[in-house]
Design a protein around this ligand. Sequence first.
Ligand code: ZN
Length: 108
Amino acid sequence: MATNPGYSFEKLKKIIMENETYCQSCGMPLDNPKVHGTEKDGSQSNEYCRYCYQNGTFTKPGMTLKEMSSNIISQMEKMNFDSKTIDLAVSNLPNLKRWRNHVSLKST
Ligand SMILES: [Zn+2]
């Protein structure tokens, strides 16, 4: 059974506002070394989590922002986050590095 990893709305807001380290693909806080992704040389990524990024590449390179949003909503619902926290996480997604680049590539 999935459990709430222990970050509340306030914690998530603080992480976003204060630019603490969180995954630049899904927005998950990278507050535990175990959740960091890995680079090609096996070193730890400081930008992406292990669910999004392994061995220097995205685990799902073709994923769209829309797919990521619905994925996050269902994951967070399973973990019993309230809707306020889920909304915050999803609304921050377009600001993340992965999706920012995606959007700017399309508009130029
Ligand atoms: Zn991630």
